[in-house]
Design a protein around this ligand. Structure first.
Ligand code: SF4
Length: 219
């Protein structure tokens, strides 16, 4: 990315950020949780699953598994059965149990608060780690989910479709204090207006700053 291009992109971010903030004043994470462990588990469950469904599952799940030891001690088959409706339950059960065991063994039973440590947990990639860092610990983090990737590309903020590369592109053009909120806003905008198949450019409040506005070839 050239310096000039980065400046243009940063300027675009500064234009669209306040508009999206005004449009979605309640933008925040959609997953329900009451501590960082619950957030980590809900985020693992949310892969390829809607946040609404995850919240339905975790309502009972977090009453049943109250401590990190409850997860670590539970047989994998039991966890699988309890999270079945989240899909991909075998891999998710392995990630949840494995992460809890690793947290007990390597981090004194507390969810770690750095990206380097979080990604050492089984099944935890940068996206999940950033969700936990940003929403659990309040640290600057950009969580690149499918909406963030799609909208960043349409808005000309990155040409990358690889989540990690795109995250680093965004980190260069968004002020650090806005990283968490910018991710939430793009997710809200992606769910409401800039949908995957048919973005509603005519009703889009940031269309005048969007290079892909009403250009299907750029969707
Ligand atoms: S103008 Fe269209 S493509 Fe651009 S952000 Fe808005 S809805 Fe998405």
């Amino acid at each position: 990315m050239t310096q000039k291009k980065k400046i243009i992109q940063a300027q675009r971010v500064s234009k669209i950020f306040p508009i999206l903030k005004k449009t979605y004043p309640d933008a925040k994470i959609a997953l329900n949780f009451s501590n960082n462990l619950e957030l980590l588990i809900a985020t693992i469950l949310s892969a390829q699953c809607t946040d609404v469904r995850v919240n339905i599952i975790t309502k009972d799940l977090f009453k049943k598994y109250k401590s990190i030891a409850d997860w670590a001690k539970a047989p994998i088959e039991k966890i699988e059965e309890d999270i079945k409706s989240a899909g991909f339950y075998h891999n998710k059960a392995i990630s949840i149990k494995g992460s809890c065991e690793a947290i007990i063994e390597n981090f004194s039973g507390k969810v770690p608060d750095t990206i380097e440590e979080l990604v050492t947990l089984p099944g935890v990639g940068r996206k999940t780690a950033n969700v936990v860092l940003g929403n659990g610990f309040g640290k600057p983090a950009i969580a690149c989910d499918t909406h963030v990737i799609r909208l960043s590309r349409r808005l000309g903020l990155s040409a990358n479709s690889d989540a990690v590369k795109l995250e680093f592109d965004l980190a260069e053009i968004i002020p650090e204090r806005n990283w968490i909120m910018f991710s939430h806003l793009l997710i809200f905008h992606g769910r409401n207006i800039c949908k995957a198949r048919k973005p509603n450019c005519k009703s889009c409040p940031i269309a005048r700053y969007c290079p892909a506005a009403e250009k299907p070839e750029l969707w």
